[in-house]
Write a protein that binds this ligand. Structure first.
Ligand code: TYD
Length: 219
């Protein structure tokens, strides 16, 4: 009896999962760092992660799936590698952190697979969501922030940094499909967790919109 009550208390202390999504050059990593600082100053225990990656094993998988050397990778292999990296990071870090009541900020998660593999590569949303549920143990973000930017602007920002990975080099048409797929997901707003922010605005203006939305979830 006592242990049941204890379990309820622990579960009620669940943390918050916030994911950032968007196409190339939308500024996710800059915004995540800014949000981490704001939340840390506000006394929150914050964990920042990226997908694919975030654990030793997941970073190794990242190397394989994103390396420009691996142009021969089959789409199916790609699908499963993103999921393998996800399964590891959820078990090792995301789920324990949420159980401990932390705020987890993720640079991409399940919706990246829905968009890139499910919609754009054509594997289908249903299959990808089944795999996502397996990888995340049925975990959905409390809030998903889509940083939306027109393709030309995103790609020109990215090429300035000089870091183009295998997927960055895909044709512009691919990136347009990615943007459209994200906007459609946000419009459907399943689970009422999506927020679209115009990422052509200044870094400060985007950060303000992000902070405002996140604080609503915390208070
Ligand atoms: P990354 O270098 O992290 O870039 P970005 O700043 O765009 O997030 O590259 C991650 C790439 O992997 C990006 O092109 C999107 C892609 N991706 C998928 O296709 N499926 C996925 O499930 C995830 C997590 C990422």
């Amino acid at each position: 009896m006592k242990s049941t009550i204890h379990r309820k208390v622990v579960m009620a202390k669940k943390g918050l999962l916030i994911t950032f999504e968007g196409g190339e050059g939308c500024g996710k990593s800059t915004q995540i760092v800014q949000l981490r600082d704001v939340l840390t100053k506000a006394g929150q225990d914050v964990v920042v992660l990226r997908e694919p990656g975030g654990t030793v094993i997941s970073e190794q998988i990242r190397e394989v799936v994103l390396s420009s050397k691996n142009i021969g990778i089959a789409f199916t292999t790609e699908v499963l590698l993103f999921q393998a990296a996800r399964a590891q990071i959820y078990r090792e870090i995301v789920l324990p952190s949420l159980e401990a009541g932390k705020v987890v900020l993720m640079d991409r998660s399940r919706d990246s697979s829905v968009v890139y593999q499910g919609k754009v590569r054509g594997f289908g949303v249903e299959l990808i969501e089944q795999l996502n549920n397996l990888s995340t143990k049925d975990t959905f973000p409390d809030l998903t922030i889509l940083l939306d930017v027109p393709v030309e602007i995103g790609l020109s920002r990215r090429s300035k940094t000089g870091k183009m990975d295998r997927l960055d080099m895909e044709a512009q048409d691919f990136h347009q499909k990615v943007r459209d797929a994200y906007l459609a997901l946000a419009k459907a707003n399943d689970r009422k967790r999506w927020l679209v922010i115009d990422a052509t605005l200044s870094i400060e203006a985007v950060a303000e919109a992000v902070t405002k939305a996140v604080l609503k979830h915390i208070k």
